[in-house]
Design a protein around this ligand. Structure first.
Ligand code: ATP
Ligand code: MG
Length: 361
């Protein structure tokens, strides 16, 4: 999959731009605060209908303008299409090749992107929230079935929490639990496959990136033991029964996939306890490289790879290795403040976009 053209109007500090991108490596070069990440944010929005930086869409509208528009001209193995988004103060409108799409879910994932952003390092924090987000976003990008199961589970969870607050009878709780169990069966299976996919490849990618065997292991930790799939349904049922009294006192659902986690281990120890900052960055980068393979396997097309602020943190050796393993068949968008960071690391010359005060040349 290739992003051929990116057209922006009043997107953050970019008044107007029309960029013809290369199918190989594209570099966004500029000093701090000039608009490099803004460009990338607009591409990510076209993939997910959300910003990866802010929850408030209106923040992306150029100050004192009524709306912003993003146009992505995409080509994959089979077809060409244009994804257009207009964000205004009251919401957003989405179009695929000029036809308006009523639901964001019809738009999400049409442009497949794998992003490395330094914000993702939060994934190695104590809180499992970002790790669940990784599973939900990455699986959601390729599976509508997963998105629907997750959405339905969240609806039931909300209903169960409301029922607990209103001291509703146990018949309603049992009925909601059995629906939640069915949705969770689908969610758990997709997450298990996804995490196993990363586990199988992570150490190898890491070795390619930093020439060191860190013995990485990744495991999906669900709220019930999932080692025997034939038992999961019964285990969930039992756990709901065992914890119902506690849930009724606390008036909140304490168990479920909304509390699940991914465990990252390095040399047999929890990664967040022993890895250095640099090693965490490299592991994150290696995870992103695994995600490229995941999209390829499930969608039969390569995603666009976006690397924001990745180079300044890597030493020369690691930079060279990164460019060596970046598959030439993956279109890459990369931001940097300094061209020296990539010179000498590349096999083929990249297309360079100079970004200065929101102007891109
Ligand atoms: N809604 C907006 N309207 C106008 N300008 C905005 C808006 N939102 C952000 N900006 C401006 O965009 C600039 C930041 O752009 P961006 O985050 O893309 O920088 P960058 O080139 O990636 O810098 P760095 O190298 O520091 O990451 C800031 O100057 C900021 O004031
Ligand atoms: Mg930036």
């Amino acid at each position: 999959m290739i992003l051929k053209k990116l057209k922006l109007r009043n997107f953050r500090n970019i008044e107007h731009c029309e960029l013809l991108l290369d199918s190989g490596i594209n570099v966004f070069l500029g000093n701090n605060g000039q608009g490099k990440t803004n460009c990338i944010e607009s591409v990510m929005f076209s993939s997910t209908t959300r910003s990866f930086r802010v929850s408030n869409d209106a923040a992306m509208i150029r100050h004192d303008c009524p709306f912003t528009s993003i146009e992505c001209h995409v080509e994959d193995e089979e077809k060409k299409f244009v994804l257009s988004s207009v964000i205004h103060s009251k919401g957003k409108s989405l179009f695929i090749s000029s036809r308006q799409v009523p639901k964001a879910s019809d738009f999400i994932g049409k442009l497949n992107v794998v992003l490395f952003s330094p914000n993702d390092l939060e994934m190695f924090n104590i809180s499992p929230k970002e790790r669940r987000k990784l599973m939900d976003i990455e699986i959601g990008k390729i599976s509508m079935k997963y998105n629907n199961a997750l959405l339905n589970y969240q609806k039931c969870l909300k209903e169960r929490n409301n029922a607990l607050k209103m001291n509703c009878d146990e018949i309603l709780l049992t009925s909601l639990e059995s629906q939640m169990i069915e949705y969770q069966m689908q969610i758990i299976e997709s997450r298990r496959v996804f995490v196993e996919f990363i586990h199988q490849r992570l150490s190898f990618k890491m070795k390619q990136l930093c020439n060191e065997n860190l013995e990485l292991a990744v495991k999906y930790k669900s709220w019930v033991d999932i080692s025997d799939p034939s038992q999961i349904r019964d285990l969930m049922k039992k756990k709901y029964q065992d914890t119902r009294e506690r849930d009724m006192i606390l008036k909140v659902t304490g168990n479920g996939v909304h509390r699940d986690d991914i465990e990252f281990m390095m040399k047999g120890f929890p990664l967040n306890e022993i890895a250095s900052q640099g090693q965490k960055r490299m592991v994150l980068l290696a995870i992103k490289l695994c995600l490229i393979d995941f999209v390829r396997m499930t969608k039969k097309t390569s995603p666009v790879l976006i690397l924001d602020d990745v180079l300044s943190e890597l030493d020369q050796q690691n930079r060279i290795r990164l460019f060596q393993i970046l598959d030439q068949s993956v279109q890459t968008l990369i931001t940097t403040t300094d061209l020296d960071e990539i010179h000498g690391s590349l096999v083929k010359s990249p297309k360079i976009f100079k970004v200065n005060q929101g102007m891109i040349k």
